[in-house]
Design a protein around this ligand. Structure first.
Ligand SMILES: *Cc1c(COP(=O)(O)O)cnc(C)c1O
Length: 388
């Protein structure tokens, strides 16, 4: 019997869970107190997540978008302020800024790492700049040396959008050891997840205390008399979510190790395919958790890129189109938009324009597969890119 149909890829599923999540969920349930003020799971998770990232404080919140919003709020970002964000990112980076009535100023990214171009960020600093928000794209950390200098020179804080960067390191330093605030997401696709969730890491105790107050309707932890001291909202996470995240955190290092082993194999194969250029790596990011396996198809149109993604999906490869440039989303123009046209922003963001059309990414569960599967995936990419 000839075997003409290709074997299914059968890559690992995401999210992953085992008896650890089961036991933790039951433990949370049986506490009989399911919010953070009554139970101990959120407090424990915050301690463990902070310690894992070398930060003095972690505050768990409802999701990554709220994590960014809360961090910006306690940094004093509000109406009249500007925050510099990369133009190539998930829309939450700019939406969090705009929700506070501040202007998100998109700047170009580096064509190799897809992280913020520091020269472009520097050129965008004005007297209204209140913060700079690098995004560690797919776990590739932004140039934290150059950004620290830029922020210090401009006299503004950095806010790391670390939604892709759980466990990442920059020259040996963990995300929480870099002296700036960082915001994480635990949405279903992220590197550790409870379906939804987020966290903010602080090195500064006063900022952490301010964030705690604002994330709980401005109410002090022990208050029983409705003394709401500052404006805020309810960004509290529940005990079930935290119990699952504790289990997920215990699995993260092993998964990063596997992805760190697989990516060079896959990237090496991808780089040999004509018309395919994998995301590059700044070696100063000496631990990259690989939230996405990203590559470009330089020179293709958006339509052709989309056709490649559709064909990869049809062949069992978990592929996605790269982010749309934030200034090319209608949402970006609804509130607190910069006084600049789409064309003017596109003109000064040539690399984002390229990525907007030609970037493809594969789900990180791909990189949890076997070495053999990396070859199979690259083989399918080669066939599809050669044909579509
Ligand atoms: C996922 C993501 C967020 C937002 O996280 P949610 O938990 O989905 O709100 C923010 N920034 C980036 C870059 C992301 O990829």
């Amino acid at each position: 019997m000839s075997d003409s149909s290709p074997r299914p890829l059968d890559l690992p599923v995401w999210p992953q869970f085992d008896d650890t999540e089961r036991a933790n969920l039951l433990r949370a349930l049986e506490q009989g107190q399911w919010w953070r003020m009554g139970g101990s799971e959120v407090d424990s998770f915050e301690r463990e997540f902070a310690e894992y990232h070398g930060a003095p404080h972690a505050l768990a919140v409802t999701n990554g978008t709220h994590a960014l919003e809360l961090a910006l709020q306690v940094m004093g970002v509000g109406p009249g302020a500007e925050v510099i964000v990369p133009a190539f990112t998930f829309i939450s980076s700019s939406q969090a800024v705009q929700r506070l009535g501040a202007v998100a100023v998109p700047v170009d990214v580096d064509l190799d790492t897809y992280c913020v171009d520091v020269a472009a960020a520097s050129a965008a600093v004005t007297s209204r700049t209140a913060a700079i928000m690098p995004v560690h794209m797919a776990g590739q950390m932004s140039d934290m040396d150059a950004l620290a200098k830029l922020a210090a020179d401009a006299g503004v804080p950095l806010l790391q959008d670390a939604a892709h960067a759980h466990g990442a390191r920059w020259r040996g330093k963990k995300v929480g050891e870099l002296g700036s605030v960082s915001a994480f997401s635990f949405q279903n696709g992220k590197l550790m997840t409870a379906g939804e969730g987020g966290a903010v890491l602080f090195s500064d105790t006063e900022l952490y205390e301010a964030a705690f107050l604002r994330h709980s309707c401005g109410r002090p932890r022990t208050d029983r008399h409705y003394r709401h001291e500052v404006a805020g909202s309810n960004f509290r996470i529940n005990e079930f979510t935290a119990s699952v995240l504790r289990a997920q955190l215990s699995r993260l290092d092993g998964q990063i190790d596997t992805r760190e082993e697989r990516w060079p194999v896959l990237a090496g194969q991808l780089a040999r395919i004509p018309g395919v250029v994998p995301q590059g790596r700044d070696e100063r990011c000496d631990r990259k958790p690989h939230y996405m396996a990203m590559f470009r198809l330089p020179g293709v149109t958006e339509e052709r890129r989309n056709a490649v993604v559709d064909e990869l999906v049809a062949r069992g490869v978990p592929a996605f189109a790269g982010f749309r440039a934030i200034y090319r989303c209608d949402a970006f123009w609804e509130t607190a938009a910069p006084e600049e046209s789409v064309e003017a922003i596109a003109e000064r963001c040539p690399n984002t324009e390229k990525l907007n059309a030609d970037c493809v990414w594969l789900h990180h569960r791909t990189l949890l597969g076997t070495e053999e599967q990396m070859h199979a995936v690259a083989g399918i990419v080669a066939e599809v890119v050669g044909r579509v």
